[in-house]
Design a binder for this molecule. Structure first.
Ligand code: AMP
Length: 112
């Protein structure tokens, strides 16, 4: 069974796309928790960060590259942003296709 993000990647469901290349898609979160709330999603089917294989670690670099690019595009370079992954139930992961949240646009509150 395809996850919601696989359906978006395959063009079977609509989403507000802000970036796409051969490895990564970025969409606006449907329920934003900050003025800018993007989801950086590798196209490869990977359920979560915990099951990411060593040979897939290159994707982390790609994700950071895209996050840096989007931080510029959305004017977050100076103000800052948060790049986070929810892993499993205690973190509240709801979609089991790896994705990073990029949040910014106002103060986000301290973590920890
Ligand atoms: P997580 O809780 O880390 O698994 O994140 C899943 C995120 O996907 C949540 O922030 C949701 O608001 C977001 N989301 C759910 N459905 C959609 C959708 N159709 N388009 C865009 N974002 C979505």
């Amino acid at each position: 069974m395809k996850t919601l993000f696989e359906k978006i990647i395959d063009g079977e469901l609509p989403a507000e796309k802000v970036y796409e290349d051969e490895k990564i898609i970025v969409i606006k979160d449907i329920a934003p928790k900050a003025p800018v709330h993007l989801l950086i999603i590798p196209k490869k089917v990977i359920p979560d960060i915990q099951t990411l294989k060593k040979e897939e670690f290159y994707l982390l670099g790609e994700i950071v590259r895209v996050a840096q690019e989007l931080a510029k595009k959305f004017d977050l370079e100076e103000s800052g942003y948060r790049l986070v992954v929810n892993q499993g139930p205690d973190a509240g992961q709801t979609i089991f296709h790896l994705h990073f949240h990029l949040l910014g646009g106002n103060p986000l509150g301290r973590m920890g």
